[in-house]
Design a protein. Structure first.
Lengths: 196, 316
């Protein structure tokens, strides 16, 4: 295939690529993978910790895209759809294993104190880098205890009652923290242009 | 809002109260309040089911749900970045290509040459003429034999036609399958090629750090897209090339160091892979220690005493 073809595909939107994947277009599939695999892999590794499992789930996530591209409902961003598939697979794996080391109290303390993770040195597209900056900035403006609830739910797959037990905090407080944290995150992201 | 002060916290049974909320029917306000936790998947299983059921019956919440799901998806971007393993993509593309080939359609069925004869049914109100009485069979034997022969001939021709169409259908199917396979292979090669080129670029970058001298080689008219780099470290040289086609078995690429004065000196033979790339480490002879240029030429197998000028492919 000529390089110009790949370049052309790189200009296509995610939605267009998915439509082409539906027609069994390999280049469209490869382009979508190149565009999103990094974020999906980061997410999977953050949830399952284990490198081999994360790689296996990365492949399974994109295999599902190949097999069931038509299930994308076009109600939201393709990236959100992909992240949802990946997260569900990772959390299913966690529930299946139930052996992954949980965060220690020290980890929780560090998470509450630290504004965000560091992203220096990572190779990303400009768009992804901007997106990460936006999310990081938004999270920096959310109180640590609210951010902790969101991250325990999103990355650890904990339910509200598990978070309450884990952090020795009343359930009602956890509910409120999660709700306010999410609404605040939404407001801040929207103010900065995300999510679309 | 003071998020630490909730109505539930002063009640020692708050957990039960919260949890039991799903035991009675949810109203709109309940669901709106629970949606942020629902999209995180953090409600209890019975609450998840109840909210899910409520949403399914109240399409007005779909937009709010989509907004919250989009927000939730953004959390993926705060996962710490890690190197992306290249072998996952390779394996995945192979899997997808195999699936693509397996999904090729079965051979086309041979279409009927003549459509089935339709029975004529009169429309309501249309009076059909009475059927003609059966004719008496002809008794002309010559005519009967002739018509039989013609019928046999037509049947044979039709049979041959059907066989030919069948052959063409099979050929078309086979060609389609081959085409799909070639496309898949092409895509795979493209992926491999990209990866190899990246590796080569990385190697070149690393070499450039340690090299005393670096010479860029450009393709001549014989191989206009070819590129090369020659790095010198002490008395050793490393040549890397790309986009250079493999040669027939009776030819070889010969590497030359060209002093400012004097004839070019051969320092080795370069092999090029199917991916059109190759590298060679050479020892720089004293006679060429102050060489001015590097060249690569196509020579007969075994090499030549001097480069064939019309066959120089890279020069720098």
């Amino acid at each position: 295939m000529q390089p110009s073809s790949i370049d052309k595909y790189r200009t296509y939107s995610d939605e267009m690529l998915l439509r082409l994947i539906n027609q069994r277009d390999l280049l469209a599939y490869e382009t979508l993978y190149d565009r999103h695999a990094q974020t999906v892999h980061n997410l999977l590794k953050r949830i399952v910790y284990d490198t081999a499992t994360a790689e296996e789930l990365l492949q399974e996530t994109f295999w599902q895209v190949w097999q069931k591209a038509e299930q994308y409902a076009e109600k939201g961003a393709v990236a959100a759809w992909l992240n949802r598939i990946a997260r569900n697979k990772a959390l299913d794996q966690l529930r299946h294993d139930k052996a992954r080391p949980r965060m220690t109290d020290d980890d929780i303390g560090a998470l509450e104190q630290s504004p965000t993770y560091s992203y220096e040195g990572a190779e990303k597209t400009v768009e992804q880098r901007l997106q990460q900056q936006q999310v990081n900035q938004a999270l920096e403006n959310i109180p640590g205890e609210q951010r902790l609830c969101l991250e325990l739910a999103y990355f650890e797959g904990m339910s509200q009652s598990q978070i309450a037990e884990y952090t020795s905090t009343p359930l009602g407080t956890i509910k409120t923290r999660m709700r306010i944290g999410m609404e605040k995150l939404e407001r801040l992201l929207r103010a900065s242009g995300y999510p679309e | 809002m003071q998020e630490n002060q909730t109505p539930y916290d002063n009640d020692p049974n708050h957990a039960d109260q919260n949890h039991n909320r799903s035991s009675h029917p949810l109203n709109y306000e309940d669901v709106v309040e629970l949606l942020p936790i629902f999209v995180l998947g953090a409600l209890e299983p019975d609450e998840m089911l109840a909210v899910d059921s409520y949403i399914n019956h109240h399409q007005g919440l779909a937009e709010r749900l989509a907004q919250l799901e989009a927000t939730t998806a953004q959390l993926a971007y705060i996962a710490p970045p890690l190197p992306l393993p290249g072998h996952v993509k390779t394996q995945l593309m192979q899997r997808v290509q195999a699936d693509l080939i397996a999904q090729q359609p079965a051979p086309l069925s041979i279409p009927a040459i003549f459509p089935p004869r339709r029975r004529i049914v009169p429309s309501p109100g249309v009076v059909m003429p009475p059927a003609a009485p059966p004719r008496k069979p002809p008794t002309n034997w010559f005519s009967l034999v002739t018509r039989t022969l013609i019928g046999v001939g037509v049947a044979a021709a039709m049979l041959l036609l059907v066989i030919r169409i069948g052959q063409l259908s099979i050929t078309t199917y086979r060609l389609n399958a081959e085409l799909a396979e070639l496309k898949a292979q092409n895509s795979q090669l493209h992926t491999v090629n990209q990866s190899l080129e990246q590796q080569l670029q990385d190697q070149n970058n690393q070499m450039a750090v340690f090299a005393d001298k670096e010479i860029a080689l450009k393709g001549t008219d014989v191989a206009p897209v070819a590129l090369g780099q020659f790095y010198v470290v002490n008395h050793k040289g490393v040549l890397t090339v790309q986009d250079l086609p493999p040669l027939p078995k009776n030819q070889t690429y010969q590497v030359w160091l060209i002093p400012a004065e004097g004839p070019p000196l051969s320092v080795g033979f370069l092999e090029v892979t199917a991916a059109k790339m190759g590298s060679l480490m050479v020892t720089i002879p004293d006679a060429a220690s102050n060489f001015a240029n590097v060249g690569l030429s196509i020579e007969p197998i075994g090499g030549s005493l001097s480069p064939t000028m019309s066959n120089i492919v890279l020069l720098g």
